[in-house]
Ligand binder design. Sequence first.
Ligand SMILES: *Cc1c(COP(=O)(O)O)cnc(C)c1O
Length: 416
Amino acid sequence: MNSVSSDTSCGARFSVPDSLGFYGPYGGMFVPETLMTALFEFERVFKEAMADPAFLAEYHDLLKDYCGRPTPLYFAEHLTEHCGGAKIYLKREDLLHTGAHKITNALGQVLLAKRMGKTRVIAETGAGQHGVATAAAAARFGLKCVIYMGRVDMRRQALNVFRMNLFGAEVRPVDSGQQTLKDAVNEAMRDWVTNVRDTHYVVGSALGTHPFPLVVRTFQSVIGKELRGQILEKEGRLPDEMAACVGGGSNCIGFFHEFLDEPSVRLVGVEAGGRGIAEGQHAARFAGGRLGVFQGTLSYVLQNADGQINLTHSVSAGLDYASVGPEHAYYRDKGRIEYGYATDDEVIEALKVLCRVEGILPALESTHAIAYALKRAPQMAKDRILVVNVSGRGDKDVHTVMEALGVKPEDLVEKI
Ligand SMILES: *Cc1c(COP(=O)(O)O)cnc(C)c1O
């Protein structure tokens, strides 16, 4: 029940992606020709591994004992009371090793890298969460690890840079462009093209060229599989509605995938509305984006009239990206997944509420889905069930929240 299975498609109603990685019109493989062999090899090894009981056994042992899976499903009694509507459950991905859902994918891909005989892994990171997860998994398996990170992000996330260093990873600063995530992705691609023989690129979300969206979704789909068993045990039925935040889209599609074929379950993805839907002020690709090819895949992209990538903004670094995974675009067209957004201000308010009533400090990314629940649950009857994915914990965000609330460390000291 709580396992990643060899089912890498999507059940009867939807069977995406096709053999070239297209989800309807979205997705594909928009990469330099030198990478095509490596990508097809990666896909072949991935599919073999998913059908190999020994691989799956090793992966699941590590998910359990190294990462802390299955993550609990928690009935948030006081949040439910606070909202006065649907029963709210929280899927506690925040309790995982390294602090978020990302380790589930990083570990799976590092195992695949080993299976392919690679000795080195690379990754890119914005806020640092995926870098930390990849560095941890690489340390666990003794692989060399290089993480690309924009210099601006390195300054903002110095603590995560040091965590990666402690795990033995080299963090390489990227000085091109805005010195943030998209520039780090470009640099990682350059490294991969050069070193593809001994190196695997651990992509951190359900994004980029095929087969990454498929691989990442398959690893993360363990979230929804666990949830199915847990909610049946606690409530004897499936949820009425589920919500998750959407950056590249991995925690969300991993949470939803098991339920795509369950029409009674409403699925809602929540993007970063930032300071509101105006050019450069947000990262809600479905609210303000247009079709385009960006970093390996065709999907919704925040771009200007000339096709230049817009600046993005979100209070949460992990949702601050100009494109979204192609599978999300596909299910949005089908009407199977609905998408909304939460603004920075709503997110800060929601974070305060969850801290106060439940004693849980969620990551700012995850708090987008909490903000949605605060609005939505009161509209639902008390016998309805709403499950929210808490993709990560908020310890990493404390300084951002302090800044947003105008609290200075010296003010705290004076009060004591
Ligand atoms: C990275 C991150 C996200 C966004 O990535 P997805 O691929 O969209 O899940 C969300 N929540 C947390 C806690 C993260 O670290």
